[in-house]
Ligand binder design. Structure first.
Ligand code: ADP
Ligand code: 5GP
Length: 203
């Protein structure tokens, strides 16, 4: 199963995803390619694959990306290889923007789209400033884009409001667990149970 998580920069997507991965087995994170420079604490291959614009454009031209978008002036994309490798035996989370979410939905109809919002615009601004990873100009651009992104959220299946962190993590967990319980998703387990019913004798 593919879960796409989108939402304005600074709303808390990375924080939520980290907590989700730590507490829910069978889930993996899709590492994106980006032309943006790494932040001090970021690790190549764990947070992103950091590539040059030339490398990124080569991947685009070769059709190696499942989706890609120019976000806040830098390129971001999910490689087909990343999805194929990591979704073999696990559910996969993609942290991508609204443009990318649209492309994934067009490609993979079964993907679940989750939109995360902060409780208010002023709280988003506070979180971006307190994160201390972006310049005032970059923060202004991210806030300007947040106003546009929030108006494009009509394609999403779920809305998670990241006010109190623990509550938002619980809501995300619930969405994933509910998907795993769908009848269609449990055919293999159910077949085994059916077999036991067929073979079982009444003592
Ligand atoms: P995103 O990945 O959406 O850009 P981050 O996960 O980096 O956002 O979060 C932005 C900032 O907000 C970080 O400093 C993070 O610690 C903080 N944050 C995330 N969720 C909450 C929350 N529920 N309440 C308060 N601060 C939060
Ligand atoms: P950041 O630079 O803060 O890590 O991410 C900026 C924005 O890029 C976020 O909205 C994030 O969801 C988005 N993003 C990250 N990876 C991808 C990707 O592979 N594709 C797309 N379309 N957006 C991405």
């Amino acid at each position: 199963m593919i879960f796409v998580i989108s939402g304005p920069s600074g709303c808390g997507k990375s924080t939520l995803i980290k907590q989700l991965l730590a507490g829910l087995p069978g889930l993996d994170f899709s590492v994106s390619h980006t032309t943006r420079a790494p932040r001090p604490e970021e690790v190549n291959g764990r947070d992103y694959y950091f590539v040059s614009l030339e490398e990124f454009q080569k991947m685009q031209a070769a059709g190696a990306l499942a989706e890609s978008a120019l976000v806040h002036g830098e390129w971001y994309g999910t490689s087909l290889a990343e999805i194929e490798n990591k979704s073999k035996d696990k559910d996969l989370i993609l942290d991508i923007d609204v443009q990318g979410a649209r492309q994934i939905k067009a490609r993979l109809k079964e993907a679940s789209l989750i939109f995360v919002v902060p409780p208010s615009f002023s709280e988003l601004e506070k979180r971006l400033r307190e994160r201390k990873t972006d310049s005032p100009q970059a923060i202004a651009l991210r806030l300007e884009n947040a106003r546009k992104e929030i108006l494009q959220s009509d394609i999403f299946d779920y809305l998670v409001i990241n006010g109190e962190l623990d509550k938002a993590v619980e809501e995300l967990r619930s969405i994933i667990i509910a998907h795993r319980c769908q009848f269609q998703a449990r055919q293999k387990e159910f077949r085994e149970i059916l077999k036991s019913f067929e073979a079982g004798s009444i003592s």
